[in-house]
Design a protein around this ligand. Structure first.
Ligand code: ZN
Length: 156
C-alpha cells in the first residue's frame, strides 16, 4: 500500500481523511487502540491529535484508547509526509494508548487541578511519549511531530 499517496490525497480531500485513517496499519499498537476518528474542528483548538482513554467501570480490565485526529494534523507544514504523520500518530499517541492499556499512570486518574503535582503529571506523561518518538526518528520522519510538539505543544 502506498501510504504516501494516500496521505497526499488526505491532505487535499477532507472527505477522504477518515477512510485514510482506517487504512493505517497500527502494527504492535493495534491491541491498545479501538479506533481512530477524524474530527474537523475549528482552528481555535490547537490540538493535532488526542489519545482518549475509553472509560470503563471495570478497573481490572485493560484500558483501551481511541485517537482523535484533528484538522490541523493534516497540515503539510507540520506533517510533511506520511512518515511524519505516522510518527505522531503511532509513536506519540500510540504510546499514550500503550501506557493507558497497562495503566502505567492510571488512565482513569486525573489529578485535581489544584494538586501540586498537576502539571508534573502531564509533563512526565508527555516526556515519555516524546522520548518514544525520538527513538523512532529516521531520515524520513525527522520533522515528525517531535519538533512541532516542542515548538507548539499541540499534541496532547
Ligand atoms: Zn502527548
Amino acid at each position: 500500500m502506498d501510504y504516501e499517496l494516500l496521505y497526499q490525497r488526505a491532505l487535499e480531500e477532507i472527505t477522504f481523511r477518515q477512510e485514510f485513517l482506517n487504512q493505517i496499519d497500527l502494527k504492535e499498537y493495534k491491541r491498545y487502540i479501538t479506533k481512530i476518528i477524524y474530527k474537523h474542528k475549528s482552528k481555535k483548538d490547537k490540538r493535532l491529535m488526542w489519545c482518549k482513554p475509553v472509560f470503563s467501570f471495570n478497573i481490572f480490565k485493560p484500558v483501551h484508547s481511541k485517537i482523535i485526529v484533528f484538522v490541523d494534523a493534516f497540515d503539510p507544514q507540520i506533517h510533511v509526509n506520511f512518515a511524519d504523520f505516522y510518527c505522531s500518530l503511532i509513536f506519540h499517541e500510540g504510546f499514550h494508548a500503550f501506557e493507558n492499556y497497562y495503566n502505567h499512570h492510571n488512565a482513569n486518574y486525573i489529578p485535581p487541578i489544584s494538586a501540586p503535582h498537576y502539571d508534573l503529571f502531564f509533563d512526565l506523561r508527555e516526556l515519555r511519549a516524546y522520548e518514544n518518538q525520538s527513538k523512532h526518528l529516521t531520515a524520513e520522519n525527522i520533522n515528525g511531530g517531535l519538533f512541532c510538539h516542542c515548538l507548539g505543544d499541540v499534541i496532547v
